[in-house]
Design a protein. Structure first.
Length: 148
C-alpha cells in the first residue's frame, strides 16, 4: 500500500551501502521540506512523546472516509525533520481510511530504521505515527457523526 514517493525512498535506500549515507539521505529529505510557519508551532500541533520538538499540522481535503489525508511537519532536530519527510511520503495523499490500514512498522522496517535509530528516536517515530493515525481517525469519526 506504500505510495510511489515512499517506494522511491525505499529504492534510494537500497542503492546506499551504509547507514551513514542513508542517514544523510534522510537529513536531506528533511532539509528539502518547507519549514512550518511559527504560528503553527503551537501546543495543538505538537507531538507528545518525542525528545525533540515536533509539530504536525494536518491538511485534509474532502469529507467522509474518502477524505484525502495530508500533513506538514517540522522539528528542531535535523534527523527528525527527515523522519517527518519519510512519514509524509508514506501517508500524504492517502484517504483517512487508508491511513488507518497502513502497517507503518512493516513499511518503515523496509528501510531498516529501527536498527539504526536510538531508543529515544524510535519512540519519537512511534509517537509521530500514532499522532498521524489519531488525526486521520478524528476526521473519519467526525465525518461519520455529521451524517448520523
Amino acid at each position: 500500500m506504500a505510495s510511489e514517493a515512499f517506494e522511491n525512498i525505499v529504492e534510494n535506500f537500497e542503492f546506499l551501502d551504509d547507514w551513514e549515507d542513508r542517514y544523510r539521505f534522510v537529513i536531506d529529505l528533511g532539509k528539502a521540506m518547507p519549514p512550518l510557519e511559527e504560528a503553527l508551532r503551537v501546543p495543538a500541533t505538537r507531538v507528545e512523546g518525542c525528545a525533540s520538538q515536533v509539530w504536525i499540522m494536518p491538511e485534509i481535503s474532502g469529507r467522509g472516509p474518502g477524505a484525502v489525508f495530508g500533513f506538514r511537519g517540522d522539528s528542531d532536530a535535523m534527523i527528525v525533520r527527515g523522519l517527518i519527510a519519510v512519514l509524509g511520503a508514506l501517508y500524504n495523499g492517502l484517504t483517512v481510511t487508508e491511513v488507518q490500514q497502513v502497517d507503518a512498522r512493516a513499511e518503515l522496517a523496509r528501510l531498516g530504521l529501527h536498527e539504526h535509530l536510538s531508543a529515544q528516536r524510535s519512540n519519537g517515530l512511534r509517537a509521530m505515527v500514532e499522532r498521524i493515525r489519531e488525526l486521520a481517525a478524528e476526521v473519519a469519526s467526525a465525518c461519520g457523526e455529521e451524517h448520523q
